[in-house]
Each structure stands twice: as C-alpha cells, then as structure tokens.
Design a protein around this ligand. Structure first.
Ligand SMILES: C[S@@+](CC[C@H](N)C(=O)[O-])C[C@H]1O[C@@H](n2cnc3c(N)ncnc32)[C@H](O)[C@@H]1O
Length: 291
C-alpha cells in the first residue's frame, strides 16, 4: 500500500462528512469503541458531566413510571439505563458502538437487571424507527449532536412512542453565555464561536486515546433542536445547563475555582429554566411530548 493510501485509511486522519452514511456511523462507532473501556473512569470523574446526568435522570424519573418501556438512544456504558431500571423502568438501550453496547450488557448482567434492560447496537436514527411501542424516550450526553439524520429520529420516535408520552433529551448548544463571557477574557474570543459551523470536529474524549480521534458533530440551538421534532412533538420543559458555569471540557478550570463554581451552580439551578437563559447553556435538557 502506498504512503498516501495508508494515511487515507487511517480513521484518525480521514473523516467522513456529517451525513448519514455507513462510513460516517462506522467512523463514529470506532471512535467510541476506542474509549469504551476507559469511559466510566474519565466521565465518572468529570463532575460537570455528572451534573448533566443528574438533571437528566431527575427529569426522566418525573415522567417515566415503573413498568413503562422506554427507548434510550446512545446509551454508552449503560449507566443511565441501569439507573432507570433500578427504579422499575424497562429500557431498550441502544448505541452505535459495539464496545459501548458490550459494556452496557456487562453492566446490566452485573446489576442483575436483564429482565428490565435489553440492548441493541444501532444508530439513533435506526433505533428510533424500529421497536416499540414505547412509553417514552431518553438520550443523554449530546448523542443527538452526533446523529446526522435527526429527521429519522423524530419520525421514528413519533411512530414508536405512545401519544402523550415524553422524550427526555439533552443536546449541546452552538453558543453558551459562559463561553461568550469567558473566552474574550482569556484573549481567545474566536473560541466562543467555534461551535457555530454546520460540522464541527470534536475529539471523542478529553483524555487518552480518544483525545486524537475526532468525529464530526453538529451543535444546535435549542430552537433548531426542538424544531427538528416538530410537528409531532411539543416542548413541555427546557433547562439550560452550564449557562454561567464552565462547560464539561473546562472541568480543570472548574476544579481550580471550585468554591466560586458552587455559588454559580446554585444561581444557575434557580435561573436555568428562565426564558432566555434556558437557551444559553452549553447543554440544554428538553422534555418533548409526543402529540
Ligand atoms: C458522550 S457518549 C454519551 C453516552 C451516555 N449516553 C452517557 O451519557 O454516558 C456518546 C455516545 O453516543 C453514541 N453515539 C454516537 N453517535 C451515535 C448515533 N448516531 N446513534 C447512536 N449512538 C451514537 C456513542 O457511541 C457514545 O456511546
């Protein structure tokens, strides 16, 4: 094989575009396969991601009841599937990465929850279109920013979810108030706007092997995200997260100024659902009702 061909075949250096092709899903799956075994360690130590998880699970448990069957898109290593199943919710956990699915399967077995959680390796677009009927849907960790076929997700969920049931979803925003204020102060103003592009390359992890494996992502404003689910879904609830606190990738900064962050978090928890501010977090949580 020639030098240029071997470079082209390297998934770290060649990226497919943000379009729903087998090559794209394969590229993303390989990236997450790479970090599946270290994911719990790295993410579990990131207290900012853990805050998002707490909000998502709280929102889910407000609407999902014991005995409800829900679809989870992008389950990762199965932490949320297990947390929901421990409260009696039946979860069909899905993810595009075979290694993530294997990790979820192992966790479900370990926790003795095989009666409540089933797992399947599928992209969100495919998973939403197959299976059901569901009493709800759940996705946490900005999985849907990695799904170029949001239309199929919305259409599929509309078909598979019961009328009146709720999809609890988090996604990553194009802009955040914190970044707009912070990056000009540290003399990197352009960084505040780096997520505006149609297709933004991001590493699959902040640490280890995943740091140099990049996947194309599309950041979306809450309006764009909710709009993708219309007309079949209506927004019931929206919260901005990481509005005045640092986003997950600035966790080192957050640790340095921890006492200040605690105060900011308390304020953010109170104002995160206020109109305006709820659209200005790095992450937002939305609950969408299936009409
Ligand atoms: C940041 S992790 C979040 C995992 C988990 N939801 C959590 O909160 O810990 C993103 C996950 O989405 C999965 N993923 C990426 N693109 C996907 C797609 N189009 N469909 C389904 N899963 C996808 C990845 O394999 C990975 O497990």
């Amino acid at each position: 094989m020639s030098e240029s061909k071997s470079v082209m075949a390297n998934p770290r250096t060649t990226r497919p575009g943000f379009v729903p092709t087998p090559a794209f899903y394969d590229h993303v799956a390989r990236g997450y396969d790479l970090i599946a075994s270290s994911y719990d360690d790295v993410e579990g130590r990131n207290e900012i991601s853990e805050t998002v998880r707490r909000f998502s699970i709280e929102a889910a448990l407000k609407v999902f009841r014991p005995g409800n069957r829900i679809l989870e898109l992008g389950c990762g290593t199965g932490r949320d599937a297990v947390a929901l199943a421990q409260r009696g919710v039946l979860v069909d956990a899905t993810d595009v990465s075979p290694a993530m699915i294997a990790a979820t399967r192992a966790r479900v077995l370990r926790e003795n929850l095989s009666d409540l959680v089933s797992v399947r390796c599928q992209s969100a677009a495919t998973a939403a279109s197959e299976g059901g009927p569901y009493d709800g849907a759940f996705s946490n960790g900005a999985v849907l920013n990695l799904e170029p076929d949001l239309e199929s997700v919305a259409r599929g969920l509309y078909r598979s979810m019961a009328p009146g049931s709720v999809a609890v979803l988090t996604a990553a925003n194009r802009l955040s108030l914190f970044e707009l204020l912070f990056y000009p102060i540290v003399l990197k103003p352009r960084k505040a706007f780096r997520k505006l592009g149609h297709e933004v390359p991001i590493p699959v992890s902040r640490e280890g092997e995943g740091k140099s494996y990049v996947v194309p992502t599309r950041f979306l404003t809450p309006r764009e995200f909710v709009g993708a689910f219309r007309p079949g879904f209506e927004r019931a609830h929206q919260r901005g997260i990481q509005v005045i606190t640092p986003p997950w990738n600035l966790v080192d900064l957050a640790r340095l100024i921890h006492p200040a962050i605690l105060g900011l978090e308390r304020i953010e928890n109170r104002v995160g659902t206020a109109p305006g501010l709820r659209s200005l977090g790095s992450i937002y949580l939305v609950s969408l009702i299936r009409k």
